[in-house]
Design a protein around this ligand. Structure first.
Ligand code: GLY
Ligand code: MN
Ligand code: MN
Length: 436
């Protein structure tokens, strides 16, 4: 067995609750069953190479098989789930093998050397996933019906103890990577070498990470989703921002740390401390019933206080928020739901399918719901010098409240983000990210 017996037991309990929940959802929407497709990697146009691939979340919700392709899972209330497991005879590749774990006994497993779906019995079926219309028509199944998809998305919002255990493990592994990344930076490594140190310490190949690791040195720390890895070390070490995770049995960690370099200004170090404290205050207040939007707005107020307290703006915190100054320093949302996808499903939609859109002045906010026990989410305040967002303020009324020389002194440091992953518990919360 490749998994601890306690996690294997939690997984079986997770399957039991999933069986009940799927039964209710399928009954409520009038389906005999649903066929979940794992998906498969896309071949580049005019080429024989494939893009990197993520297995479909609803498929992974049942089975811990990230990376599996061309597999099908048939769920029918009252019957054992059927896993059609694609394992072709192949001498070019190592054929995939199912892990020897107790969950297998709960499934009928049909090994397949063809990519085709299983035959569907009589009844009303839905097929969910990246399936073409012709395949769905041949199956006689409805393709990705919205109401059922919404209902199944909702089942992923509150995590079971098994899922929380997986997310905790993913966090522990990611955190080992963050410590190694910091060490590499302190030793003068280039972005690429920091990335390699991260991957080695967190024990994962680059194609398996839940999202492309963000390794930003100096000004690159101010690019929210910076996507390159410089090959050469920098001469001056102002800052390092690492936003990187790990995937454990499909479940994603999403952690960010920012470190001051040897040449960092005292103000930048103080701001890292300030954003870290702000983040901890927000986490300390997490509990069921809180509005995440209100927490996001609180983040902006406290960021305004931080900017005012360090002489970066000369107006009050409220005025910095009202004039859009804090949005220029932090244009992203406070965080998002986390699970089988790094930006997990249903963050802006309620159980009844009605939408809860982000407010017009905070369009990037990915979670607008009230907090409930079982939700796992990120808390990731930031403070950046982003020239494209600050430039329009220079000639505006608000620009008079910004101390531009101080902003210029911070610019070589790029920015700061501190991000942890937290589960909401019935009476509060539990931070899944190890303490730094
Ligand atoms: N790593 C992407 C995010 O923090 O949302
Ligand atoms: Mn995040
Ligand atoms: Mn992140």
């Amino acid at each position: 067995m490749t998994v601890s017996s306690s996690l294997a037991t939690l997984h079986l309990q997770h399957l039991t609750s999933l069986e009940h929940a799927y039964q209710q959802a399928l009954d409520a929407h009038g389906y005999t069953g649903v066929l979940l497709y794992s998906g498969h990697a896309r071949v580049h146009f005019g080429d024989d190479q494939t893009a990197s691939f993520s297995t479909y979340g609803h498929f992974l919700h049942w089975v811990p098989l990230p990376g599996s392709e061309h597999c099908w899972l048939l769920i029918r209330p009252g019957q054992r789930p059927l896993l059609r497991w694609y394992a072709p005879s192949d001498f070019w590749h190592l054929p995939p093998e199912l892990p020897d774990e107790p969950w297998r006994d709960r499934f009928d497993i049909e090994p397949a050397t063809e990519t085709s779906p299983p035959q569907l019995p009589k009844g009303r079926f839905a097929v969910l996933g990246d399936v073409d219309g012709e395949t769905a028509a041949k199956l006689g199944a409805e393709l990705n019906p919205e109401a059922l998809t919404v209902a199944l998305d909702e089942l992923r919002v509150r995590k079971t103890p098994y899922e929380v255990a997986c997310l905790r493990k993913a966090n522990a592994r990611a955190f080992a990577g963050h410590l190694a990344a910091r060490e590499a930076f302190d030793a003068g490594a280039a972005e690429l070498d920091i990335q390699l140190a991260y991957l080695a310490a967190s024990r994962q190949r680059e194609s398996a990470v839940p999202y492309q690791n963000i390794i930003g040195v100096n000004r690159h720390a101010g690019v929210l989703h910076y996507q390159h890895y410089d090959l050469h070390p920098v001469q001056w070490h102002y800052s390092l921002l690492v936003d990187a995770g790990h995937r454990y049995r499909g479940y994603c960690a999403d952690i960010t740390r920012t470190w001051a370099g040897r040449e960092a200004s005292e103000l930048f170090e103080q701001l890292i401390e300030g954003v870290t404290r702000l983040q901890r205050r927000l986490i300390d207040s997490l509990a069921p019933g809180h509005s995440y939007l209100a927490l996001h707005e609180r983040m902006h107020r406290e960021l305004g206080e931080l900017l005012a307290g360090h002489g970066i703006v000369r107006c009050s915190a409220d005025a910095a928020v009202a004039q859009g100054i804090t949005r220029a320093f932090c244009p992203h949302g406070l965080g998002h739901l986390l699970g089988l996808q790094v930006h997990d499903v249903a963050g802006r939609r309620l159980a009844d399918g009605s939408s809860l859109p982000a407010p017009a002045d905070h369009p990037a906010l990915r979670l607008t719901r009230e907090l409930e026990a079982g939700m796992v989410l990120t808390i990731e305040p930031g403070c950046y010098v982003i020239p494209m967002l600050l430039a329009p303020l220079r000639d505006a009324e608000a620009g008079r409240d910004i101390v531009w020389e101080t902003v210029e002194s911070l610019a070589p440091h790029g920015g700061i983000r501190i991000e942890d992953n937290v589960v909401i518990t019935p009476d509060g919360h539990d931070n899944l990210t190890p303490k730094s």
